[in-house]
Design a protein. Structure first.
Lengths: 197, 201
C-alpha cells in the first residue's frame, strides 16, 4: 500500500493544531515562559501588526537582493529603538494610526510593485518600525519576564517577515507576481479598515 | 585531555554537594545543575548562542581558537571578578555585549579573527563573572566554573562547527537576520535595566 506523503500528513496535522488552537491559549503562564508566550502572541494577535509585518517580507521579496534580507534586518533594529522610547515612557503621537498607515503604504508598495532605491525602502520600513516597536515596548516593563517578552515579540515579528518573504517568492513564478500584488492590495485595504475603526 | 583533568572532572561529578550555587532546574542539584545553568539562564544562553554564531561566521578551522578564547575569557573574567568583586557596569555588560555581537552578526557576513575572538572571549568573561556559588569555598567555585566551562565549550563547539558547515547564501542571510533579532532583544532589555536601575537609584 502506498504511504501518504509526509508533507500531506504534516499539513493535516498543522491544520488540526491551528483549528483547535483556542483552548491552548487560555493562559500564558508566568516567568520566562509566560513572558515569551505573551510576547510572541502580542504581534500575532494584533492583525494590524500582522499585515504590516507580512507586507515588509512581501516587499523585500519583490525588491529582490539585497532588500530581501536588509529590510528584515533593519526592521527589528529600528523597532528596538521605538521600543526603547516606549520603555522610557516617551510618548509617540498616533501610534495606532502609524501602524495602520504602515500597512496601507507598505501594501501599496507591494501592490504597485514600487521599486525605489534601497535606502529609501530601508528608511520607509524603519520609520514605520518605530511605531510598531513603541506599541510593543510600552508593554515590556509590565511583562512577566521582560527578556522572554521581548524575545517572543521579536521572534514573532521575524517569523511574520519570513512568512511574507516566502509568499513573496511566488512572484518569481508565472502568475505569482499578480498573486503577490493582490496580497499587497488586500493588506492596504486592511490598513484602511484599521485606520477607519 | 590529560588524565589529571579527567580525574578532576570525575571528582566534580561525584561530589555534587560542592556545587550547590542554586538549582538551575528545580530538583536538579550539584554539578548537573552547574552544567545546565548557562543553558537555562536566558542571558547566558543568548551570549553563548551569539558566540557560536560568531564562531560560525569566522574562517573554517578557527573553531578551536574560538573555544580557547571562550575558556580564556571565562578564566580571566572570573579572576578579575575575584580581584575586583564590584565591577562597574556589571548589570549592563551581558546585554551590552549581546547587542554588540548581534550588530556585528547583522552587519557582516564574514567576521575576522581578532574581533571575533575578542567578542567570544568577552562573552566568556561576562558569563563567568555571573557565576556566584552559594558556598564561599574554592571547591564550590571550581565546580561551578567547570560546569559552565564544559556546557559553554560544548555549545560553542557544536554550534560553531555546525554553522561553519553552512556556507550557502541563505544560511548567511539567516544568521544576519538572527543577529538583528539578538541585537534588538538586547537593546530593549538594556533600556529596561537602565530604567529599573535609574528608578532604584
Amino acid at each position: 500500500m502506498r504511504k501518504p506523503h509526509i508533507s500531506l500528513v504534516m499539513l493535516i496535522s498543522l491544520l488540526a493544531v491551528c483549528s483547535t488552537g483556542n483552548p491552548a491559549l487560555a493562559h500564558s503562564g508566568a516567568g520566562l515562559q509566560g513572558g515569551f508566550v505573551s510576547g510572541f502572541w502580542h504581534p500575532v494577535f494584533g492583525l494590524d501588526h500582522v499585515i504590516a509585518m507580512v507586507a515588509v517580507g512581501l516587499w523585500g521579496a519583490f525588491l529582490g537582493m539585497p532588500a530581501i534580507w536588509l529590510l528584515p534586518v533593519v526592521f527589528p533594529l529600528v523597532m528596538a529603538f521605538g521600543g526603547i522610547l516606549g520603555i522610557a515612557g516617551i510618548p509617540l503621537p498616533q501610534v495606532e494610526t502609524g501602524i495602520a498607515v504602515s500597512a496601507i503604504i507598505l501594501g501599496l508598495c507591494v501592490a504597485t510593485a514600487f521599486k525605489p532605491p534601497l535606502w529609501v525602502a530601508a528608511v520607509l520600513v524603519g520609520a514605520f518600525a518605530i511605531f510598531h516597536g513603541h506599541a510593543h515596548g510600552s508593554e515590556l516593563p509590565d511583562a512577566a519576564s521582560p527578556l522572554g517578552f521581548s524575545a517572543g515579540f521579536v521572534l514573532a515579528t521575524g517569523i511574520l517577515h519570513l512568512a511574507g518573504i516566502a509568499f513573496g517568492l511566488l512572484a518569481r513564478f508565472r502568475g505569482g507576481a499578480m498573486l503577490v500584488k493582490a496580497a499587497g492590495a488586500a493588506i492596504a485595504m486592511g490598513g484602511v479598515y484599521f485606520l477607519a475603526t | 585531555m590529560p588524565r589529571k583533568s579527567w580525574l578532576a572532572l570525575a571528582a566534580l561529578v561525584l561530589m555534587p554537594a560542592a556545587a550547590n550555587a542554586h538549582e538551575a532546574i528545580p530538583g536538579v542539584t550539584g554539578f548537573a545543575s552547574q552544567l545546565l545553568h548557562p543553558l537555562v539562564d536566558t542571558e547566558q544562553l543568548f551570549l553563548l548562542v551569539s558566540a557560536a554564531m560568531i564562531a560560525g561566521r569566522m574562517a573554517r578551522g578557527s573553531i578551536w581558537s574560538a573555544m580557547f578564547a571562550l575558556v580564556a575569557g571565562m578564566l580571566a573574567g572570573k579572576g578579575l571578578h575575584m580581584l575586583v568583586p564590584w565591577l562597574p557596569l556589571v548589570w549592563y555588560a551581558p546585554l551590552l555585549l549581546l547587542a554588540i555581537s548581534g550588530l556585528v552578526l547583522a552587519g557582516f557576513s564574514r567576521i575576522a579573527a581578532i574581533p571575533g575572538l575578542g567578542l567570544i572571549a568577552a562573552s566568556g568573561a561576562v558569563i563567568a563573572i555571573a557565576i556566584v556559588p552559594d558556598e564561599p569555598t574554592g571547591m564550590s567555585l571550581a565546580s561551578a566554573l567547570t560546569g559552565t566551562l564544559v556546557s559553554g565549550t560544548v555549545l560553542l563547539l557544536v554550534g560553531g562547527y555546525a554553522l561553519q558547515q553552512v556556507q550557502s547564501r541563505w544560511g548567511g542571510i539567516a544568521l544576519r537576520i538572527a543577529g538583528a533579532w539578538l541585537a534588538a532583544i538586547a537593546m530593549l532589555n538594556l533600556a529596561l535595566v537602565w530604567k529599573t536601575l535609574a528608578g532604584a537609584g
